[in-house]
Design a protein around this ligand. Structure first.
Ligand SMILES: Nc1ncnc2c1ncn2[C@@H]1O[C@H](COP(=O)(O)OP(=O)(O)OP(=O)(O)O)[C@@H](O)[C@H]1O
Length: 281
């Protein structure tokens, strides 16, 4: 049995972002509205310069839009001060970037435990939860390795563990497979989407990887700072799909053994890779 994710959606409304002024102005976002529901996985795709990263940064409270709102759990991220936004990002969001975001001097387990330790969780408890995620993401025995002693795919798994260890409401990933070869990239994308789903969090992933639609419940395409299309995975086929490797489900349960732990419901069934349908605006 699976438990559907609970919680409130992330709602962006009428986002614009202008970099520079007057003749140097770039209209990176030209009116984007997007709702990300709890537990949903949304891929954002589009040509270079279409505004994908700017959108992700606005959704995550990293960047303030020029206008528009981003509502999350009763707050508008665009009106919060830097201190509150930083605290909220740390508590409620997880991040996976292209590469190089691990601290080179720390072993894998401490890299993965960082968000908990920064939030005040005792070290032993934080590393226990991190080790559990690492083990279930296929990195058992590698806890003490430093990032330089891991392959690119293994390092991204550590980054995924770090993004999930604090039980975030939303995980944001910007080109998480950009530095990997195609095979490793597909594997990391599969692990990322199944692990996030198992945790009950929503996922927003910016990627050029055309295979991403297979792993996400929705794909949004962008062009010239606007949403140009939207494609949903077939719900019925999603239900028919055998679960993706169960490591992430087990990790979520091992990291949070008490069933019903807030923010970590049982893992929903994995969506079926394959056919999508959609509409282009
Ligand atoms: N800090 C900045 N200052 C000025 N212009 C910027 C800045 N960041 C992005 N831009 C411009 O805003 C537009 C959107 O950039 P953004 O990085 O969001 O696009 P993207 O779709 O993520 O591109 P890519 O796929 O190449 O990463 C581009 O024209 C870019 O040059």
């Amino acid at each position: 049995m699976t438990t559907p994710p609970t919680g409130s959606p992330l709602v962006a409304s009428g986002l614009t972002k202008v970099y520079g002024t007057d003749h140097t102005a770039t209209h990176a976002l030209a009116g984007v509205s997007l709702t990300v529901s709890p537990g949903e996985s949304v891929a954002i795709m589009g040509p270079s310069g279409s505004g994908k990263t700017t959108l992700l940064h606005c959704l995550a409270g990293i960047l303030k839009p020029t206008s528009g709102t981003v509502s999350w759990r009763g707050e508008d991220l665009t009106t919060l001060g830097e201190g509150r936004r930083t605290a909220l990002r740390r508590q409620d969001f997880g991040f996976v970037f292209q590469s190089g975001q691990l601290l080179p001097e720390l072993p894998a387990v401490e890299n993965a435990a960082l968000p908990l330790m920064l939030g005040g969780t005792p070290r032993a408890e934080a590393t226990r939860a991190a080790a559990s995620w690492l083990a279930h993401l296929g990195l058992a025995g590698m806890e003490q390795r430093r990032p330089g002693e891991l392959s690119g795919g293994q390092a991204q798994r550590v980054a995924i563990a770090r993004a999930l260890v604090g039980s975030p409401g939303v995980v944001f990933a910007d080109e998480p497979t950009g530095a990997l070869d195609q095979g490793t990239g597909a594997e990391v994308l599969s692990v990322l989407t199944s692990a996030v789903r198992a945790s009950g969090a929503a996922l927003v992933v910016v990627t050029h990887d055309a295979g991403v639609a297979r792993y996400c419940s929705r794909t949004v395409t962008m062009r010239d700072g606007r949403i140009s299309g939207e494609f949903f995975a077939e719900a019925q086929q999603a239900a028919a799909q055998p679960p993706v490797p169960d490591v992430a489900t087990q990790a979520a349960r091992a990291a949070h053994p008490a069933s019903g732990t807030p923010g970590v419901p049982g893992a929903p069934e994995a969506p079926r890779p394959g056919t999508t349908h959609g509409a282009t605006r």
